[in-house]
Design a protein around this ligand. Sequence first.
Ligand SMILES: [Zn+2]
Length: 338
Amino acid sequence: MAEELAMALCLTKFRAQALIGHAEGLVDRFPRVLALVEEGRVPMASAVAVNDAAVWLADDKAAVVDEVMAGRVEGKNPTQARRSGNLAVARADPEGLEERARRQRDARCFDLRHGSAGVAGLSLENAPVEKAVAAYVCVDRQARRLRRDGEMRTLDQLRADVALDMLVGKQFGGEVKAHVYLYLDALTYAGLREVPAELAGHGPIPASLAREIAAAPGTVFQRILTDPAGGQVVELGRRRYRPRAGLDELVRVRDRECRRPGCTRPAQFGDLDHCDTQGRGWKDGCPTNATTLVGLCRADHKLRDLPGWQHTVAPDGTLTITTPANQTYHAGPEPLLG
Ligand SMILES: [Zn+2]
């Protein structure tokens, strides 16, 4: 069958086999998601992304994910569908996630790969995510510090040079302080249940690992506890409760990514834009509160100021974007592991 398809569509056999795998997965395991594709409400690539995210699940658990994703996949591009699928999969099979995390971490390795003209590559694969992120933050901070001090090398070059210096034993002083958000259900943090957590920019991680990371001394991760019932943020980091936490941080933590549908840039490093029900911005007197602040990346923030674009925010926080072609798109923040 793969050979015939490969010839008919002029594909490699490998690619044809992958296509057949996706088709079988969708037909057998994701009938609800597939029905949305057939109705023209969801692009095929987003359905395939859901199937990919759930490829390791047993059939009964895949059926649960099918039901959850049928209510969530509409309006998501393949990247977002894959992320949302990862969360649904983690929730449907927390033990499987623990097992996979353990197996993948056992397969960690460090390799040297020779290039052709005076270069070589080093790769560290399957490293524990908390250590890999901490190491990257450490290197990036040092590179940015050098850059601020007037270095002419690019940030890419500086990160490479700093990482190599560190690997051969050169010490860099200075404290590493960076926030990497770890979303963790309050009951799970207390050890009362085992709901997978979410590491910003990475995806779901097993409950046991999340507790370990959240409690580690000198961690670069900021623990964010969520309400077990609604998945709302109830606490930001150690001893910092919602009323005292900065509004700025609360909005970034809530939005996680730029709110423009389809954009996946992290809200943590983007802008916060004022917008109310009438589409007023800060200059027009829009008030400042958690509802009227919207996380947008710099590019999408600029887009709003161009002629023909209009943003409004409903009282429930849903952002509506109207384009110059008079199309409207709606976006609320993705629920936390709910
Ligand atoms: Zn954006």
